[in-house]
Design a protein around this ligand. Structure first.
Ligand SMILES: Cc1ncc(C[n+]2csc(CCOP(=O)(O)OP(=O)(O)O)c2C)c(N)n1
Length: 317
């Protein structure tokens, strides 16, 4: 049976992917500055999760793709502006690429240049929301590598102790640069660590956008009800290198091929086709998204670059 939410989730994943594909073309053309860590393969986590929060909820995204910020609603041309160093970028042309993007109007607080710096910020934003009685929640995305930072211990402990409205969302894609999850974790799952903080730990198939959405809806309800944080571990995989240009000598082709069979966009497309949607309807969604991306890309390319005088702006020491 047709399901509007499922169609919305499909559009969201197609949109995140199409945005990234255009960015990759900009990178190939040598038009960008800064690193990019592609999110291909992980769209279901970003899109499923962000569809469960409100515009005024807070988001701490991480460096893997920008699906989270896109799903939260950040204007797409402004996002290209950050990579193309345009005045219209969210950093007005001064932040190279992915790490400084913020959009406070939608609660997008940015990410930390050092992995794990986002954890205390997430608990702090949640504490502020709790003190204001605003019933906002904070969703904090991070990789399984970042989960090993000590900052997670501090932030997760206090969030659970004070019942702060945080959703800790670990995207376990199996690799931290060239280090496998097995080689870096004492526990078989990141979610196993939740009991140490006295909060629920939930494992979800990160390639299934509907499954991700459902567990995040439950965690958000719990957080808004004042019951505290949840640690969600989405099992997923990155299809591209750690960064664009990564030779990827550390992983086997077979592993990548196995995960590609679980492509979240393809799997969800199949679900839609089996539930009353036609190929033409899905094609129309893809075409509308392609048009939106083309407009955003053109707008960003037409925007001015910042003048040289601004190079020391924000430099304090
Ligand atoms: C404190 C700190 N250490 C190292 C880095 C360099 N670094 C950037 S991304 C990354 C891998 C992170 O792995 P994970 O958290 O699993 O996320 P993924 O890249 O797999 O999405 C590393 C080591 C950093 N930014 N900050």
């Amino acid at each position: 049976m047709k399901n509007d939410l499922w169609a919305t989730l499909y559009r969201g994943m197609v949109r995140a992917n199409a945005w990234e594909q255009q960015l990759l073309r900009f990178i190939e053309q040598g038009l960008t500055s800064g690193f990019y860590h592609a999110g291909r393969g992980q769209e279901a986590v970003a899109v499923g999760a962000c569809a469960a929060v409100r515009d005024d909820d807070y988001l701490l995204y991480d460096h893997r793709g920008l699906g989270q910020a896109i799903a939260k609603g950040i204007p797409l041309d402004r996002l290209y502006g950050d990579f193309l160093t345009r005045e219209t970028g969210t950093t007005r042309g001064l932040g190279a690429g992915i790490v400084h993007i913020a959009w406070p109007e939608l609660g997008i607080l940015g990410q930390s240049g050092t992995l794990g710096g986002a954890f205390p910020i997430a608990s702090g934003a949640a504490l502020a929301a709790q003190m204001r009685g605003s019933d906002q929640v904070v969703i904090c995305f991070f990789g399984e590598g970042a989960a090993n930072r000590g900052t997670f211990l501090e932030a997760a402990n206090v969030a659970s102790l004070w019942k702060l409205p945080v959703i800790w969302l670990c995207e376990n894609n199996g690799w931290s640069v060239s280090v496998s999850f097995e080689a870096s974790s004492a526990t078989a799952n990141i979610a196993d660590r939740a009991s140490a903080y006295n909060m629920p730990g939930v494992i979800v198939d990160g390639m299934d956008v509907v499954a991700v959405h459902e567990v995040v809806v439950a965690a958000v309800a719990r957080a808004r009800a004042g019951e505290g944080p949840t640690l969600i571990e989405a099992k997923t995989y990155r299809f591209r290198g750690h960064y664009e240009g990564d030779p990827q000598t550390y992983r086997e082709d077979e592993e990548l091929e196995m995960w590609k069979k679980k492509d979240p966009i393809v799997l969800h497309e199949k679900r839609l086709l089996e539930n009353g949607y036609s190929e033409a309807e899905l094609g129309a969604i893809r075409n509308e998204v392609a048009e939106e991306i083309a407009v955003a890309a053109d707008r960003a390319l037409a925007a001015p670059k910042p003048p040289m005088e601004r190079v020391f702006e924000g430099v304090l020491a």
